[in-house]
Design a protein around this ligand. Structure first.
Ligand code: SF4
Length: 575
């Protein structure tokens, strides 16, 4: 099925800010962390925060010693004061757009203006705004409310930030018709405006619309209402499990959008399930091809062959003739280790990619047995090439298998946060790159037929950095999910923007290496030929940043294809 994902789908600035503030506080604070009211309108995210120890306060407690986070919707000023009096440390994550509305109300209240808030009476944001307007505030949610409105002073009209544009215009015009002279402030935020306009235009290009978000999220509901108003069939779901696959199967092209509090990993899960539905108009060949591709990715066969391709490139860069056995060792080792690692990372897998998690559960034993046999065969093949590469590969395999194990027991040293390799922030990104570099470059160079020289070191560095970029980009794609479950990848530790900056610098450095090293005789002339491969990754990163390609199998395939592309370019250089 063809799926068109709305560019604006997912966390808006305010929600992202509130979630990140909470996650930062969890990381730093030893005392209790709570949010005043549910942080966002998404039960799945709330569930994960609950597992990380974040309590939800529904009333102001008498005593509170921990940190209380004020959510993006804001609170009435009196409530904030009460929280302070109770002893809580306040972290105010009110969205700047909501703060802007609060400031407008406060300013005009001082000048004697009343406030009409167009929005949902029971919504937390509106309750907070009413706290600023006091007895001079009134809420208008529908035409009936306009009829009951009583105004005897100059007044302003503001909007709940997530209000529907058309409803706001209609209701504010009605208020103005009854009480002329009011000052109108359209305070609907940009994110809401963009999201709603996108749904309106998307509805014209698709046959149905899937809206992902919390059932109690007002802005999610509104997106569904807008799509319905456009006479587009709507499927409103909180998770991928609620998708009505039979009903959806009759469409060839559906649109997907999501509320401001829907995390990207949840949207990706829905998109992946939808993409897997064979649509009526899709040719059989295309469907089989897509299935095959997914299988190659899910079984890590594609990544294994990517390793062989990289070995071929590394050998060519060192002016060595690539040996089939070295290509085979890379395939067997990477196929085995990536599969074994999937099993140790099952919790996160279930969460980031449920289809793949189901696949691993279903084919658990065949995959485990094949991986173990592959690893044994890789070690046997390497043994034929010498004792040094054999010990190196054995050490790498043990480290790989022990990666997720907590080697320092709590009973022995209770007060440390790092108990195993996995718990060292960003370790996986780097260690996987080291493993790839060793198996594709160092082991072939160390084997009996070749010598280790300066050229090997340069190529090893090139491969290490290249695979590091690949791994870190995958971490960037999954940063939101990783951050919420507490996985400390590089982008989680230093931020997505800084990671991308580091990766851009590394990619520039790789281009320089490929340009200069052949001139100094430290790489074969094939180095020049590989330049388009690096430009390809830079292009892919740009496409992702501009929202032209989203997280999922397509992106994974495109990223790992760089190794095949480099091998093809290296082969062309030899002709
Ligand atoms: S929807 Fe708009 S106002 Fe509400 S939190 Fe998001 S950015 Fe802020």
């Amino acid at each position: 099925m063809k799926v068109i994902l709305a560019k604006s789908a997912g966390f808006c600035m305010g929600v992202r800010r509130a979630v990140e503030t909470t996650l930062d506080v969890i990381q730093k604070e030893d005392t209790g962390v709570s949010t005043f009211g549910p942080l966002i309108h998404n039960p799945q995210v709330l569930d994960l925060l609950d597992k990380r120890g974040v309590k939800v306060l529904h009333d102001v407690p008498e005593h509170e010693s921990g940190t209380v986070i004020i959510r993006a919707h804001g609170v009435p000023p009196a409530q904030k004061e009460k929280l302070k009096m109770a002893g809580a440390t306040i972290k105010d994550a009110t969205c700047p757009h909501v703060v802007k509305v609060q400031v407008i109300i406060r300013k005009y209240l001082k000048q004697g203006y009343g406030t009409v808030i167009i929005g949902d009476r029971n919504h937390a944001e509106v309750e907070g705004l009413m706290g600023f307007a006091g007895s001079f505030g009134q809420v208008v949610s529908n035409q009936e409310d306009v009829k009951n409105l009583q105004l005897d002073s100059p007044y302003i009209i503001v909007s709940q930030t997530t209000q529907d544009e058309t409803a706001f215009e209609e209701l504010s015009n009605m208020v103005l018709a009854r009480f002329p002279g009011g000052k109108v402030f359209n305070t609907i935020c940009d994110a809401t405006h963009k999201r709603q306009s996108e749904v309106r235009s998307l509805c014209q290009d698709v046959q149905a619309m899937v809206v992902v978000g919390g059932k109690n999220s007002a802005n999610t509901q509104r997106l569904a209402e807008i799509a319905e108003g456009m006479e587009c069939p709507v499927f409103l779901v909180e998770t991928e499990e609620e998708l009505d696959l039979d009903a959806l199967a009759k469409y060839e092209c559906v649109g997907v959008t999501a509320g401001a509090s829907t995390p990207t990993w949840m949207i990706s899960r829905v998109v992946r399930i939808l993409e897997a539905i064979p649509s009526k108009g899709e040719g059989r060949l295309k469907h089989v091809f897509k299935k095959l591709l997914w299988l190659l990715l899910a079984t890590n066969i594609y990544v294994g062959f990517a390793g062989s391709a990289l070995t071929y490139t590394a050998e060519t860069l060192q002016n060595n003739v690539p040996e089939i056995s070295h290509l085979l060792v890379s395939f067997l080792y990477l196929f085995a280790m990536h599969n074994l690692n999937r099993f140790t990372d099952r919790k996160l897998q279930k969460f980031n990619d449920p289809l793949r998690a189901i696949f691993y559960e279903k084919y658990r034993w065949p995959l485990l047995v094949t991986s173990a046999l592959s690893l044994a065969l890789a070690l046997t093949l390497v043994f034929e090439h010498g004792i040094k590469p054999f010990f190196l590969l054995t050490g790498m395999s043990i480290l790989g298998i022990l990666y997720s194990v907590q080697v320092i027991p709590k009973s022995l040293i209770p007060n440390i946060s790092v108990r195993g390799l996995k718990e060292i922030p960003g370790s996986k990104t780097f260690l996987v790159a080291v493993a790839w570099a060793f198996v594709t470059t160092l082991i072939p160079a160390w084997s009996d037929s070749h010598n280790l020289d300066l050229s090997t070191i340069v190529v090893l560095l090139f491969v290490l950095l290249l695979v590091f970029v690949r791994n870190a980009l995958f971490d960037v794609f999954e940063v939101q999910g990783d951050r919420i479950v507490g996985k400390e990848t590089l982008p989680v530790c230093i931020g997505k923007e800084k990671t991308l900056l580091v990766l851009n610098i590394i990619m520039m450095f790789l281009l320089v290496l490929l340009l200069l090293m052949p001139l100094f005789g430290l790489m074969s002339k094939a180095g020049f030929w590989l330049l388009p491969g690096i430009i390809y990754i830079i292009g892919l990163t740009r496409l992702y940043n501009r929202g032209k390609i989203s997280q999922g199998p397509k992106l994974e395939f495109c990223l790992d294809t760089v190794f095949y592309l480099l091998a093809a370019l290296a082969w062309l250089a030899l002709l």
